[in-house]
Design a protein around this ligand. Structure first.
Ligand code: ADP
Ligand code: MG
Length: 241
């Protein structure tokens, strides 16, 4: 683990502990009228602190379904999910929302920034739900935007930013609360090659600084940047080279 990295806040050095993610036999079936559409059948996944893992799979294989479950945006029908040692399988909605806000950063393919809202305000938003004062929220948002290389664009709204910059704002928003787990659903899927490469370079920097990153992609050229790759196929995960 790198020491004294300019991005690594004090005390953020990786320590031995439970896996950040541990799932056993997670299953999810969608229902369209009378028809059952099984998507995930038995997902066993373990992610150690500080890992950068890519999940590959063709379109429709269930990657987003899995990521939404891991991000506590959706619930599995069966299975166990432990997040940083805490069993989150059977929690109520309020507790899940609190854990999502405190422990998980989520990056979406289509960015999901607030329109007509500055980069600074976008990044500060997750801290609102933690009851932080405005000045503290904005200070953290500024530091995080500087960390992703957008210290000069604090006041820009999404129409004034390039695609790659917008995704970096979205990554800053995911990072601002110092989550245990950073989840990214096709984070380069809507970017040109150059912007996509910049976003992957940023993930590499975050990984070096100790973040735990799970990224899903259909693109082997994107997955190759991660430390470890898994293929989602037939509702299960298998290691790939
Ligand atoms: P991926 O992200 O790998 O492209 P998804 O997880 O989005 O795959 O979808 C997996 C399968 O589940 C697809 O066949 C999709 O049509 C289906 N699906 C996804 N969401 C729903 C839903 N809310 N209701 C019914 N079927 C869904
Ligand atoms: Mg998807």
């Amino acid at each position: 683990m790198e020491q004294g990295h300019p991005w690594l806040p004090p005390g953020r050095v990786a320590v031995a502990g439970p896996p950040v993610v541990r799932t056993r036999a997670i299953a999810r079936t969608y229902h369209r009228g009378m028809i059952a559409v099984p998507v995930l059948s038995a997902i066993d996944l373990e992610l150690a602190a500080g890992e950068w893992v890519a999940i590959l799979g063709p379109s429709g294989s269930g990657k987003s379904t899995l990521l939404n479950i891991l991000g506590l945006l959706d619930r599995p029908d069966a299975g166990i999910y432990e997040l940083a040692g805490e069993d989150v399988s059977d929690l109520g909605d309020t507790r899940r929302a609190a854990i999502r806000n405190q422990r998980i950063g989520f990056v979406f393919q289509n960015f999901n920034l607030l329109p007509r809202t500055s980069a600074l305000e976008n990044v500060a938003t997750p801290l609102l739900y933690r009851g932080q004062r405005r000045a503290a929220r904005l200070a953290s948002a500024r530091t995080t935007l500087e960390r992703v290389g957008l210290g000069e664009q604090l006041d820009y709204d999404p129409t004034q930013l390039s695609g790659g910059q917008i995704q970096r704002v979205a990554i800053a928003r995911a990072l601002v609360g110092e989550p245990a787990l950073l989840l990214a659903d096709e984070p380069t899927g809507n970017l040109d090659a150059q912007s996509g490469a910049e976003v992957l370079d940023l993930f590499a920097d975050l990984h070096r600084a100790g973040s735990t990153v799970l990224m899903i992609t259909h693109d082997p050229a994107v997955a190759v940047r991660a430390e470890r790759r898994l293929l989602l196929d037939g509702g299960r995960l298998t290691p790939v080279g």
